[in-house]
Ligand binder design. Structure first.
Ligand code: FAD
Length: 398
């Protein structure tokens, strides 16, 4: 193992990687370089807080393998470290005969992926679990749950320091130069750092960091914002735990759903709309460079042309509360417009190919003295410890 490893990005994937590295290779010098003032300030804490068990992903894919092992590792980590979490189970609800067919396919996929305790339910049984949900059938996923990812990050950060690692906050990596035996890393307000090995976990900027390291990637990160409402406290009885729709299999996004939060409250969302800034949490956030890059990418236009209807629907839903509410009412008809209060949002770092495909799987690219995490969308928070183990396995291979 290399002597000095620098990890770019102190989100959950970067932190988990640093932690595993220090555990498995004690004595390695590990520094996590993060541009924000603390850990996990972007995707990691702007998400639904769900522990996904690996239901949706293509059997044999990295996502399926790492989600299934990842949730088990994450639950163990939370249990061992007193982190708030709860295995409350999830219902995926079919609201039409067509969706029922897809639900059955999802059930078979979940079984192939090795999920435990999956059960197909009829109309009556689903209401025993979620009394206000309505559908013709549902799939109960008992292994799934909710967690506080901010607490997971705080715990990982503490462990990294206890094991001798360094966390450099408020430090933005601005340039990477490959040297004979490693890297020179330019960062804001610091002298150039040296590293033998580089791990790029920069999330929404992972493609830019890979480019800065001299890689010519075909894919680009396209930011998709997900917006949430929250249920008014006196109407939270409408949702017990997690109620999801049957997702469209051509998209990695799961469709607006209801999520109970571990810290209390119920969230409804997220939708998926193109963000005009990589860290554009509000509709009005625009970053000229980010937007120009997205619009100058052929892949985005091909994607928009191919999925015109879906993109238009998502756009309209983003601007129209009645449409957002209508999507939620398909799952829980008693939800009313006045029950929905403004919620937060998150921006997904989604890799897209030049032909306009959304990359579904996790993508880790090992090139010489660097490993780039090129695509780590949902459920990478759940699977972060398993992704870290996979990164280590790839480093140890050579
Ligand atoms: C709306 C939404 C809902 C989601 N729901 C779930 C869910 O319920 N369950 C689940 O498992 N997953 C969910 N996900 C996905 C999950 O949040 C992400 O897959 C995961 O957080 C990715 O972690 P990361 O460390 O790769 O990225 P991030 O958390 O984005 O971390 C990357 C870090 O890199 C830093 N960085 C970037 N560039 C630089 C630079 N130049 N120098 C220094 N630092 C830099 C950033 O500041 C950031 O902190 C959701 C995501 C979104 C957006």
């Amino acid at each position: 193992m290399s002597k000095k490893v620098v990890i770019i990005g102190g989100g959950i994937v970067g932190l988990a990687t640093a932690y595993r590295l220090l555990q498995v290779h004690p004595g390695t010098e590990v520094a996590v370089v993060e541009k924000e003032a603390g850990p996990g300030r972007h995707q990691t804490t702007h998400n639904s807080g769900v522990l996904h068990a690996g239901l949706y992903y293509k059997p044999g894919s990295l996502k399926a393998l790492l989600a299934v092992s990842g949730i088990r590792e994450m639950v163990r980590f939370c249990r061992d470290n007193g982190i708030a979490h709860e295995i409350c189970g999830k219902l995926v609800v079919a609201t039409s005969p067509e969706e029922e067919g897809r639900l059955q396919a999802l059930h078979r996929r979940g079984l192939k992926n090795g999920l435990l305790g999956l059960r197909l339910l009829g109309r009556k049984e689903l209401r025993e679990i979620e009394p206000y949900a309505v559908g013709c059938a549902a799939l109960h996923v008992p292994e799934e749950g909710i967690v506080d990812y901010a607490q997971v990050c705080a715990c990982l950060a503490q462990k990294i320091q206890e094991l001798g690692g360094t966390l450099l906050f408020k430090t933005r990596v601005t340039g990477l130069t490959e040297a004979d035996t490693g890297w020179h890393i330019q960062a804001s307000e610091r002298e150039t750092m040296q590293a033998d090995f580089l791990i790029n976990c920069a999330g929404l900027y992972s493609d830019r960091m890979a480019q800065a390291a001299g890689e010519k990637l075909k894919t680009k990160i396209v930011p998709f914002r997900g917006e949430y409402f929250k249920l008014r406290p006196e109407r939270q009885f409408l949702v017990k735990n997690l109620i999801y729709p049957v997702p469209d299999p051509t998209f990695p996004f799961l469709g607006v759903h209801f999520t109970r939060l571990i810290c209390g409250g119920i969230e409804a969302g997220p939708n998926a709309v193109l963000a005009f800034a990589r860290e554009g949490y509000r509709k009005q956030d625009v970053n000229v460079r980010d937007l120009a890059e997205s619009l100058g990418f052929d892949g985005l236009w091909r994607f928009l042309a191919r999925h015109r209807k879906m993109c238009w629907n998502e756009f309209c839903r983003s601007w129209s509360k009645p449409l957002f509410c209508a999507a939620l009412q398909r799952l829980v008809p008693e939800v009313r417009m006045e029950d929905l209060l403004p919620g937060g949002s998150g921006v997904r770092a989604q890799a897209m190919t030049p032909s306009g495909e959304l990359v579904q799987d996790f993508v880790l690219v090992r090139i010489r003295n660097a490993l780039h995490v090129i695509n780590s969308p949902s459920p990478a928070a759940t699977a972060s410890l398993a992704i870290a183990s996979e990164i280590l396995a790839r480093l140890d291979k050579e």
